[in-house]
Ligand binder design. Sequence first.
Ligand code: EPU
Length: 425
Amino acid sequence: MQLTPLHIKGGRPLAGTVAAQHSKNAALPIIVASLLSREKVTLHGIPRLSDVYTILDLMHHLGTQHAWVGENSLELHTPEILNTDAPYALVSKMRASFIVLGAILARAGRATVSMPGGCAWGPRPVDQHVKALRALGAEMTEDGGNFDARRSGSLSGTFQFELLTVGGTHNSILAATLGDGVVTLENASIDTDVVDMIEFLNALGADIQGAGTNTVVIRGVEALRGGEYTVIPDRIEAGTFMIMAAATRSRVTLTNIRPDHLRAVSLKLQEMGVEITEGEGTVTVDATVRELRPVNITTQSYPGFPTDLQPQMSALLATVPGTSVVQDPVYPDRLTHVAELHRMGANITVSGYTQVIQGGALHAAPVKAADLRAGAALIIAALTAESETVIDGVQYLNRGYERLVERLRGLGVDVHQPDMALAMD
Ligand code: EPU
């Protein structure tokens, strides 16, 4: 749905406390993982985001009944898999939905899932997903833009990923959880979202060892029971608020967070001169103490600095006098924010996946988000600019930030979305 633009008047500090939402990128695979059980599963901490609604549409097609049983609580029930395909119309809306392949394959013995294709900031390959499933005994064929996966028995064997992939690790674990085989995944992702899905599956009776290490061993079980689970807090959403506080030279406290999941962000902000105080499930970011310094950043898989905060950090560094160098080898084309930040006066030179940023003051301008995290970067830039910035492409923000306008207002931001009531009709 097209939404009306956000109008933000910046140039003043934020203040107060904001509670982070629960993790989008942990919730999505956990919702998919519920497909492995015939029983009812209740999930708490599910953010009401458009990506969640997209995966629920796909799950409905596969045979899942769902009901919201609280503001962020969701009941899911898949007594039978009714369809074993995930069509392009649904997969192309959200590339992450490719991981339904592993879950459908585990439950139904075959799956046909559309190839995810590229996204706004470049290709999203799935070669590691396919190689892993093949190595573990699945028959994978590619035809007419679809992957067709079949297995005659349980998956078993060892696969070593060529690189760290969150989605590839999710997909392989999902495919191997049911049955009587033993699967070892080496060079597996240690991302918080992988650990959360493993803990969820184990809570339903799966036998998966090694969560949070590079070697994950999955011993197939006959069936999973139902159960209840609460998703971890969203470190990317929380990190976005932390960067926002730094960019506006403010003091803001975040609650409902895991400070250990945010260490890379906290360390980088501290290096810039921001005071970070960690509490029990909280962090206070104080950027009022001293002038901020430029820094260099290279994105990495968890626990390194996340690519999902690269555009936001680039916007912050565009306001910090001096030269910063930001490199995003994880997603080398994740640069749609740059041209828009140029419109606000940012001095950023791009060469390959490297941005050389000469910081200074930004000014308001009409801008347009082309993807979720670029949208967050534009909000951060707008908050630093005097007078009103109008941000278009707001529908992308709804993919990852829950009740954003309301929560920005809670921190004292002057933000409005004219004619929203009309647009919702
Ligand atoms: N890669 C391959 N081959 C593969 C899979 C991945 O070459 O088969 C490469 C990718 O091109 C990338 C790197 O491996 O360079 C890491 O990709 P990964 O598979 O880890 O990413 P993902 O699982 O597709 C998730 C998040 C992304 C986040 C990345 C990286 C979800 C739903 N998505 O994607 O989140 O950028 O991990 O941390 O969990 C976002 O929230 O804005 C977002 C895009």
